[in-house]
Structure formats: C-alpha cells, structure tokens
Design a protein around this ligand. Structure first.
Ligand SMILES: [Ca+2]
Ligand SMILES: [Ca+2]
Ligand SMILES: [Ca+2]
Ligand SMILES: [Ca+2]
Length: 325
C-alpha cells in the first residue's frame, strides 16, 4: 500500500472505526487517558428526511480543521461532544488570561503558559522563548502526548471569550518546527482564511461567537438552529486538528515546537488555548496497537472497509441521521 492509499485509508475510514480504535486503545493500558475520535473533517451530516440539508462537521482553514463542540454535539447527540468534552480538562495550557498558571502539574518537561495580555490586537507565541524553561522541545511534547494519550498529533482547544456586543474574534495562527538554533524553520502549518499552505496574516479566520446551521432534525427545511459558541470560561468552544502534524516525524534531539497566534477584534475576557491528545483524528496513534500490526492486502482491505462501512451505517442510523463523507 503506498503512502497515498494509506493516507486515504486512515482518514476516509475514521468515523467507522473510531469506536474500534477507542476500544483497542483502552485495552492497551489503563493508565492512559482515553482519546475521543474526531469525525473525519470532510464529513457532512445530512437531514434524514430529504438528504438535501447537509452540515460539515468541521471547516477547513488552510492546513487546519476547526470543529465547533456545539455543532458536533448537535450532529452526534449522545456522543459526548459538548463544551465540556473530555471533562473540560485543561491539559497543556499554551495561553490563558490568569497570570501565574503552570504546567508543572503535568509532570513533563513543558513550558508554562503565556499570560494573555488581552489587548487588541494580540500577537504572541509559545514554545520558542529562548531559554530552557520557555522552550518546547518536540521530543518532550511528543513524550507528553504519547505517554498520556498515545497521541502523535496535538489537538488544540480554543476557549473564546467575547461576551459583549461584538462576539466575533479574528484569528490567524501557525505551528512551526524549528531546528535547535531557534530560527531555522523545518516545517510549518497555517491556520488562516486562504488555503494555500502559506501564511496570510491579512486574511484572518472569523471565529464566530454564534453559529447558525440548518436544523437537520426538524421537518421544515426552513428551520435553523443557533449556538452560542463563545460564552463560558474553561470550556472548549473549538477544537483545531491539523492532520499532517505528526510529531513523530520531527522527534529529533533539539527540534523546537512553536505555536504563534494573532487575535484581533478582541473584546471582553481573555481567550485560552491548550494542547491535548484527548481528542484524536488518528486511526493508528501507536504502532504497537493491534489495529496497526497488520497491513491488509488491497482485497482484504476493501472487505474490511465494506464491513466497517456497514457497521458504521448501522450504528449511525440507530442514533442519528444519515452520515455522508
Ligand atoms: Ca468560551
Ligand atoms: Ca476576548
Ligand atoms: Ca470581538
Ligand atoms: Ca494560508
């Protein structure tokens, strides 16, 4: 199986095998935090009556996919996707309004958060502060995510806090893997409104304080449903997932993980960013897991995919409207 088909298999079958992967992950070790598998980001969920109103589970912003936890909860009721998903646990805090916060309690070699100055605009970064205590080595981040969640890929949580009359926030962000010198960029990924694999600071993403989508669970095609995807502190309003950001690819001695962000149209209380592995888009986060041991032949792979597809359709019909990739 070449890398292209492997990639296609990994991502195209995620929602169907997600529970399987979760079960296998759970059986691998009780000390782990069980990861909740994100639906494949290109999935749309359509109303079961007419199949004409479809809602994407995530929105692509350049190399990242943004999931609203409220929309996920609406599209997958009962699956635990709420603003308190993952029990609302703040794992590795990158930035927070509260001064003096620490990541020391994690027990891993990770820098403390950047205090959110809550100015307008905000232009800040974390992970390449120039001193040992402010440097996020890739190997240390990988060790934390892999040991705690068996995750190779960090997922970013975002707590928006724009509670007044101007609830939107404008955001660009980027992840860089730097060489040990702190300046040489080995790889980068961008979050902005131009899907070109490059930085576009002038085209920020609008993070809406309210989200309105078609109401796919009602009979009328005219109905909509609106979510406040904003209010409340310490909740996960958005989850950001970058499929190609695999830390295992950059796990060298001195490589540095740097996250940078620019917020504008900033109002009200301060926003918060964390890094976690408790949400995952990976089918095979750990090569030692049983589901990663056998690479099926193309013919058997097709049969497995078909079987999982049938299982996925059956389970999704039991609990929800039709799901279309
Ligand atoms: Ca919030
Ligand atoms: Ca704010
Ligand atoms: Ca605002
Ligand atoms: Ca871009």
């Amino acid at each position: 199986m070449d890398s292209t088909s492997l990639k296609k298999y990994r991502y195209s079958t995620l929602p169907r095998v997600g529970m399987l992967a979760l079960a296998l992950t759970l059986s691998a070790g009780s000390q782990l935090v069980s990861a909740q598998t994100l639906p494949v980001p290109t999935t749309t969920v359509c109303d079961i009556a007419t199949n004409t109103q479809c809602v994407p589970v995530a929105v692509q912003y350049d190399q990242a996919y943004s999931y609203s936890t409220r929309v996920l909860d609406y599209l997958y009721p009962g699956a635990g996707w709420t603003a308190n998903a993952g029990t609302g646990q703040l794992d590795l805090i990158v930035t927070t309004r509260s001064a003096g916060q620490s990541n020391a309690g994690l027990g891993f070699n990770v820098p403390d958060p950047i205090t959110n100055a809550n100015t307008n605009p905000i232009n800040d970064s974390w992970g390449a502060g120039g001193t040992p205590s402010t440097t996020m080595l890739v190997k240390d981040l990988y060790n934390y995510l892999f040991t705690t969640f068996q995750a190779n890929t960090p997922v970013f949580t975002f707590d928006q806090n724009e509670t007044g009359g101007n609830p939107n926030l404008l955001v660009t962000a980027k992840v860089q893997i730097l060489d040990g010198d702190g300046t040489t960029v080995l790889e980068d990924w961008f979050f902005d409104a131009v899907n070109n694999g490059a930085e576009n600071l002038g085209s920020p993403v609008t993070a809406p304080g309210e989200i309105t989508i078609p109401a796919i669970n009602t009979a009328s095609l005219l109905d909509t449903v609106t979510f406040d995807n904003n209010k409340g502190s310490g909740k996960f309003d958005y989850l950001l997932y970058i499929p190609d950001l695999n830390l295992a690819d950059f796990d060298d001695d001195d490589n540095i993980f740097k996250l940078s962000w620019v917020f504008s149209d900033v109002d009200d209380g301060g926003e918060e960013i964390t890094i976690t592995g408790r949400f995952t888009g990976e089918l095979c986060p750990n090569p030692d897991l049983p589901q990663c041991q056998v690479v099926p032949e193309p013919q058997s792979l097709a049969l497995i995919s078909l079987a999982l597809l049938v299982m996925g359709i059956a389970s999704s019909r039991r609990r929800h409207p039709r799901v279309v990739d």
